[in-house]
Design a protein. Structure first.
Ligand SMILES: [Zn+2]
Length: 102
């Protein structure tokens, strides 16, 4: 059972750069540029998808599409249930690390 609250947390509480780093070579190429985290847009294949840290959404300045963590995995051919399961695991690991760092 996937709740709306879980989906909200997966979109908002797991930074997209953490997700992309965890995907490794499975994920899109990414880089820091001018203080922004950019990655290869799965829609148009330009290095113009840029994460807005305020809302944890990536916006592509080439094709203008927006992507969240869930959209990104669906673009990478995950099915919805697998995408949610992976993000839930990453979020749990991320929050455990955050607690240790404090
Ligand atoms: Zn694009």
């Amino acid at each position: 059972m996937i709740s709306a609250e879980l989906l909200r947390r997966l979109r908002n509480d797991l930074p997209m750069p953490v997700t992309i780093a965890a995907l490794g070579h499975q994920g899109p190429p990414a880089k820091m540029s001018e203080g922004y985290y950019r990655f290869l847009c799965p829609h148009c294949n330009e290095m113009r998808a840029t994460v807005n840290p305020r809302n944890n959404l990536a916006h592509c300045f080439c094709c203008k599409k927006n992507l969240n963590n869930i959209d990104l995995l669906l673009q990478l051919d995950y099915d919805f249930v697998s995408a949610v399961a992976l993000l839930e695991r990453l979020l749990t690991e991320y929050q455990a690390q955050q607690r240790k760092a404090k």
